[in-house]
Ligand binder design. Structure first.
Ligand code: HSE
Length: 298
């Protein structure tokens, strides 16, 4: 009648895959406790670590919970406690962690009637409260784990991709807030065909590289010609961080979601740790506070 879960952080876009690719971190995330109540409805009873709304309709977890309980025609309600370790606006899927964690947990309490595609749909309802759009590129990897590709949102089709066993992510979160809506507003509405061709070639080759654990091809595919040139301007010291990542052996990297977090992928934990040291050095010289995470993708 009560479930305690870890709800992972996620990296959306993965450079070339704007709005379609994402991956799930292993050791960075929120905790949530969800209790069954005889009374129907959803109450958010505790939020630790972030200043978020308690009203069910305005809370990502609240809306996601209502969506799944409604669809199941549940004869019970829930109380939700949220312990946020992922800061809102960090670019590593803070809102979607609340959404995906909630629907995963409630599905367990219901006796698992829903599959992962369905859970992603309920989670997207919650995600929309925070970001304004029902995008799935953070919710899907949170629910499925590993790498996912959102082939379509209506109707939803998530494709699960394999994760090469030695792949690690290093992520820096500079503690400034970038609103996803603003980071979307600065993007061009039209893009030249020549750039689009290069971008979808990279998406295709990255997907192939994940299937074949071809680390060189992963490195060659992690480029974003369309979004990064605009959004990187919102992130202090982006170019220095990226250079430090590449110089210390990362396969590649870029903006995590809509930023400000910056991610890189490396082959092996040793390299991922070296990348962490190199980017720590860059940001230690600034007066911006930051966190750095090294995580397996899972
Ligand atoms: N794909 C979305 C974007 C993710 O980049 O705007 C936002 O979390």
């Amino acid at each position: 009648n009560e479930i305690k879960i870890f709800s992972p952080a996620t990296v959306a876009n993965v450079s070339c895959g704007f709005d379609v690719l994402g991956f799930c971190l292993d050791n960075v995330g929120d905790e949530m406790v969800i209790k069954k109540t005889t009374e129907k409805g959803v109450k958010i009873t505790k939020i630790v670590g972030a200043n978020l709304p308690f009203e069910t309709q305005n809370n990502v977890a609240g809306v996601a919970a209502l969506a799944i309980l409604d669809a199941a025609n549940a004869d019970f309600g829930v109380e939700i406690e949220i312990y946020k370790n992922i800061k809102p606006g960090s670019g590593i899927g803070s809102s979607s962690a609340s959404a995906s964690g909630t629907v995963f947990a409630i599905n367990e309490l219901l006796g698992k009637p829903f599959n992962k595609q369905q859970l992603t749909l309920f989670g997207m309802k919650g995600e929309a409260v925070a970001s304004g759009t029902e995008h799935a590129d953070n919710v899907a990897p949170g629910i499925f784990g590993g790498f996912t590709l959102v082939k379509e949102t209506t109707p939803l089709k998530v494709v699960q991709l394999p994760t090469p066993s030695e792949l690690y992510a290093t992520i820096i979160h500079p503690q400034i807030e970038i609103k996803t809506s603003e980071a979307r507003a600065i993007l061009p509405k039209d893009i030249p065909l020549s750039k689009a061709v290069k971008q979808w070639a990279n998406v295709g080759s990255l997907v192939s590289a994940l299937h074949t654990s071809d680390y060189d091809l992963i490195a060659d595919s992690l480029n974003d010609l369309i979004v990064e040139p605009y959004r990187s301007q919102l992130i202090p010291h982006f170019d220095e961080v990226k250079a430090a990542m590449m110089n210390s052996g990362a396969l590649g990297g870029g903006i995590s979601g809509s930023g400000p977090s910056i991610f890189s992928l490396s082959k092996g934990k040793e390299t991922a740790d070296k990348v962490a040291d190199a980017i720590r050095e860059v940001y230690s010289k600034t007066d911006i506070e930051f966190d750095i995470h090294v995580s397996k993708i899972n």
